[in-house]
Design a protein around this ligand. Structure first.
Ligand code: BTN
Length: 267
């Protein structure tokens, strides 16, 4: 179970997770909302907010992130980059890489990354990332929200979700240490973020490619200005997905994609 002291004792970072104002809530509306508020009041880079449950966990595309008590890792981490957020668009891919490496290091489970930032295992969703920005007069703040399914009671999962989600204990075949995972995410995040700030975007993108379950797949992109159907061929330096369509190459910056499965359906 998440415990702030245990988490902090496992940290191997310089900044990430090192704030004396980290928080762990039994229950909160959203760790991202809480950290955005703390950022507005001047919270330091590296501050982390955890919750054991969220009543209004935020997902991408305005969706809710279902966050039952002690079933997942619900964490938000504050970055205060020197560059404007717009100049580091691939930061969200770096977070995916950091999560994939942290999960591998602490559980031995090799997950896949589905563009833009779904954490997947055997075609099912294991977690997701939601980065939210705040523009301040001095330095902008980026709140990195990470939700990872850890331990679910299969009997309590709604039928429509049952075949679409998976949790880490199930993937690993054993109970995972959430504190160790959170500390390792901080370490991998710090490493990826530092490399990105030093301009080493290419190496991060190569790591993302190695974990990708998207590239080479037939996809449909929705939630963009028009719907694209084609083959995902690469990602760009700005984190966009390059799609080969019947008429040419398109770059997708936002929205969502579905990947064609063997039976011809898209998920
Ligand atoms: C997604 O839709 O895939 C992104 C989900 C992100 C959920 C996490 S849980 C911790 C943090 N707080 C939130 O309200 N959302 C993120």
């Amino acid at each position: 179970m998440l415990n702030l002291e245990a988490f902090e004792s496992l940290l191997k970072t310089s900044i990430s997770g090192r704030s004396s104002n980290n928080e762990l809530w039994d229950s909160i509306d959203s760790t991202n909302a809480r950290l955005l508020a703390l950022a507005k009041d001047g919270a330091k880079e590296g501050t982390v907010v955890f919750a054991r449950a969220q009543s209004q966990g935020r997902g991408r595309q305005g969706r809710q992130w279902i966050s039952p008590p002690d079933s997942g890792l619900y964490m938000s981490l504050l970055l205060r980059p020197e560059k404007p957020a717009a100049e580091i668009p691939a930061i969200t891919l770096a977070v995916g890489v950091a999560c994939a490496k942290a999960i591998l290091a602490t559980t031995g489970v090799r997950i896949g990354l589905k563009w833009v930032n779904d954490l997947v295992y055997q075609g099912k969703k294991l977690g997701g990332i939601l980065a939210e920005m705040q523009m301040n007069s001095d330095r902008s703040a980026i709140v990195i929200g990470i939700g990872i399914n850890i331990s679910f009671d299969a009997a309590l999962i709604p039928e429509e979700l049952a075949h679409r989600i998976i949790w880490l204990d199930q993937a690993a075949g054993t109970a995972c240490d959430t504190n160790a995972l959170a500390a390792e995410i901080c370490l991998q995040m710090e490493d990826a973020y530092n490399r990105m700030m030093q301009g080493d975007v290419k190496a991060i993108l190569d790591e993302w490619r190695a974990y990708s379950v998207t590239l080479g797949q037939e996809i449909v992109a929705s939630g963009t200005s028009k719907e694209f159907r084609g083959t995902a061929i690469d990602i760009t330096e700005s984190g966009a997905l390059l799609v080969q369509t019947a008429t040419g190459t398109e770059e997708i910056f936002g929205g969502e994609i579905s990947i064609r499965t063997r039976d011809g359906s898209y998920c």
